[in-house]
Design a protein around this ligand. Structure first.
Ligand code: COA
Length: 258
């Protein structure tokens, strides 16, 4: 299977999926979601694959968010569908019975932070930066960020990060519990592989059941639907129109507040 926006490589049972749009800081467009979806299906089905590392191409970004330029192309009525599509792909990652580690090699913003949080573990290079900056665009996180960030760091800090859009460095992310480990950037992949190999040395039956059990902590998932609905509402706002236009025109937004 050929991909145009991701790299898919399997070595010694470890599948490395690399989001590969470095000139756009690996922003997630529709094709990336489609290819990621297919890649994860392959992970589920291929018995040669024992575990997964997801990372970004280049040294600057893991993923700098959903592709903001697509937000102008998608009809304002389809914001909820956009969020739902992303959430379904990320649920597939979260529910994967094989361990999935995010190797965060730079900016993990918006959908990038959400992708990292959908993985079972996060290892960050010391140059990584995390944030949910959607509020700058007149939007809210739509791929599970309001739910998974709250689960990982607690309501107070999640609220702060979502309302301010502020970025945190890798060390702060470690202190918050947003990442599991911070390593030197040049060691990111080897340390991620080391963690994965440790898990792969355990019982695959137990690992799969442990993933399912820990995920059951948030068994209702009702907050995700509410996030989808509210993202859809924000997507129709004049603030979103202004926020996305301002980003693409590289200027500060002037929100009308409606
Ligand atoms: N969607 C679409 N394009 C994006 C993008 C995104 N989320 N993030 C970065 N890009 C593009 C930029 O438009 C730019 O493209 P260009 O060279 O054609 O102009 C390119 O990637 C490089 O980004 P740039 O902004 O020039 O790099 P920088 O070092 O000045 O800033 C960031 C880096 C990450 C701070 C900045 O790109 C940013 O704020 N990105 C958006 C983050 C965001 O809001 N994500 C949430 C989306 S819901």
């Amino acid at each position: 299977m050929e991909y145009s926006t991701i790299l898919f490589q399997v070595t010694d049972g470890i599948c490395t999926i690399t989001i590969n749009r470095p000139d756009k800081l690996n922003a997630l467009n529709k094709t990336v979601f489609d290819e990621l979806d297919k890649a994860i299906d392959r992970v589920y089905m291929d018995s040669n694959i024992k575990g997964v590392i997801i990372t970004g191409q280049g040294s600057k970004a893991f993923v700098a968010g959903a592709d903001i330029s697509e937000f102008l192309e998608v009809s304002e009525k389809h914001g909820a569908a956009l969020a739902d599509r992303g959430q379904q792909v990320f649920f597939k990652i979260e529910d994967c019975p094989k361990p999935v580690i995010a190797a965060v090699n730079g900016f993990a913003l918006g959908g990038g932070c959400e992708l990292a949080m959908a993985c079972h573990l996060r290892i960050a290079g010391s140059n990584a930066r995390f944030g949910q900056p959607e509020v700058n665009l007149g939007l809210i996180p739509g791929y599970g960020g309001t739910q998974r960030l709250t689960a990982l760091v607690g309501k107070g800090k999640a609220m702060e990060l979502v309302l301010t859009g502020a970025m945190v460095h890798a060390d702060q992310a470690l202190a918050l519990g947003l990442v599991n480990e911070v390593v030197a950037p040049e060691e990111l992949i080897s340390k991620s592989e080391g963690m994965l190999k440790l898990i792969l040395s355990k019982s695959p039956v137990a690992v799969a059941k442990a993933i399912k059990a820990v995920n059951s902590f948030d068994h209702s998932r009702s907050g995700f639907s509410e996030e989808t609905r509210l993202f859809g509402e924000a997507f129709e706002s004049e603030d979103k129109r202004e926020g996305t236009a301002a980003f693409l025109e590289k200027r500060t937004p002037n929100f009308p507040g409606k």
